[in-house]
Design a protein around this ligand. Structure first.
Ligand code: SF4
Length: 434
């Protein structure tokens, strides 16, 4: 049970799936978002305090805590629900910790129904308050460019909505589905592909009835062997809620493989409790796709969170978005991928930024991505080199891009170019069959 916190107020829907008798929690928090459950019952507070006090706090984050949240002790700081409750969500909150520019202030005032602001105190403690170009600030703090829609941009550029056979379930590829289970995130990234959905109670009302529709669809389609659970961020849900979903998926015989897409270990590492990892290890094979963006995110706190996940037997990969002013140079990317390997995370994908509305200031050229991959491949460990992909606008799926290394044929030899640009011959007789 996750740190002894429970908020049960309803029973799950009747279902043919086995062991679904876990309580269903009301995921609506005080601010109306979905995902965070109010504290209801505390169990064994002494044990909780011991668990939290053992979590790492770097001196930088500790100074930030003392300065901006003097009422919070180390145990509060290491309570993931405290972190969620104290997120920076408005102009007043942000202005306390960052010297905002006039443009940033104007953009925050203008947000309205737009993607909200939300930054955990821990993640905010990584921002250099005096540096307007700080990469985390750039990812988290709105600017007026967000409101400028340029040609080719769309709210749903990947046409996910038109590939949903039931609400919240995207079925684009034959053998796998994307299961959106919440619209709540611990932090809201300004370049988010699902900005149309996250942070809003919006068009997707996540509830057990909707979950059940998705589970029924998966049950009825035996070709689905792989389910990516995403949102929003599934790890903002309580352990009970998440376990209910994982148990329901595991009860479907043809679901071989479950993945969880999350940024929580990066922005809310306190969430990776031993209770959570103890629960997750019951649902193997389970893989995690983490969303690391910059080497500044690799801290003792995130390293500890990743260590706990890896020790629970969960393979970790990072899906990084190429973002201008954040990670669009070889040196930054190299520091990131090396740091990821050190904390047992495999750099998996480097995404060309999707053309969502108001994303021009984040998007680089595709050549920039190819240049970064060329600057990694061969120069460093193969495990450190992600695959560079474009998610094709309109719903075409991921298209891997790379340097063209097959340069031609000379009789029975194929001519190949290596990472240094030198050409080599590989014997490959034209007459060979099979
Ligand atoms: S955590 Fe993921 S889903 Fe949430 S705002 Fe960031 S990119 Fe979007």
């Amino acid at each position: 049970m996750d740190e002894g916190l429970l908020g049960s107020d309803a029973e799950p829907p009747s279902t043919h799936h086995q062991h679904l008798s876990l309580p269903v929690l009301d995921l609506r928090s005080a601010n109306g978002e979905l995902g965070a459950t109010p504290v209801a019952v505390r169990r064994d507070p002494a044990r909780l305090a011991r668990t939290r006090s053992r979590l790492v706090i770097t001196p930088r984050s500790n100074d930030f805590r003392r300065r901006f949240f003097p009422e919070a002790n180390r145990i509060d700081w290491n309570d993931w629900r405290w972190q969620l409750r104290h997120r920076l969500r408005d102009l007043r909150g942000l202005a306390r910790v960052i010297r905002l520019s006039a443009e940033e202030e104007a953009a925050i005032r203008r947000l309205g129904d737009h993607l909200p602001v939300g930054i955990t105190p821990y993640y905010a403690s990584l921002i250099d308050p005096g540096d307007p170009g700080d990469p985390i600030r750039r990812m988290m703090v709105p600017v007026p460019d967000e409101f400028v829609q340029t040609p080719g941009e769309a709210d749903d550029p990947l046409a996910e909505d038109s590939h949903m056979p039931v609400p919240g379930l995207v079925h684009r590829y034959p053998d796998r589905v994307l299961f959106l289970v919440t619209s709540f995130c611990a932090t809201y990234c300004r370049y988010c592909t699902r900005a149309r959905l996250v942070g809003q109670t919006g068009e997707y009302h996540f509830n057990t009835q909707q979950y059940q529709q998705a589970l029924d669809y998966i049950s009825e389609h035996p070709q689905i062997r792989d389910v990516l659970v995403s949102g929003g961020d599934p790890l903002t849900m309580t352990d009970d809620r998440l376990e209910w979903l994982l148990a329901a998926l595991r009860a479907i015989p043809h679901v071989e493989f479950i993945r969880i897409g999350t940024k929580v270990p990066i922005v809310l590492p306190q969430r990776i409790t031993t209770d959570l990892t103890g629960m997750l290890r019951r649902y193997h094979p389970l893989w995690f796709s983490l969303h690391f963006m910059h080497p500044a995110e690799i801290t003792p706190e995130t390293a500890h969170a990743c260590e706990r996940l890896a020790d629970a037997g969960i393979p970790l990969g990072s899906q990084t978005v190429l973002a201008r002013g954040v990670n669009d140079d070889v040196e930054t990317m190299k520091r990131l991928v090396h740091g990821l390997l050190r904390i047992r995370v495999r750099p998996y994908y480097l995404y060309q930024c999707d053309p969502i509305s108001g994303s021009r200031h984040f998007r680089t050229s595709i050549e920039k991505g190819l240049e970064i991959i060329a600057g990694l491949r061969g120069y460093t460990t193969g495990y450190a080199c992600p695959t560079f992909v474009v998610d094709a606008p309109g719903g075409g799926g991921k298209i891997a891009l790379g340097a063209q290394n097959v340069v031609g044929r000379d009789g029975d030899d194929v001519l190949l170019r290596n990472w240094e640009g030198k050409t080599f011959r590989y014997p490959d007789p034209v007459s060979r069959t099979g």
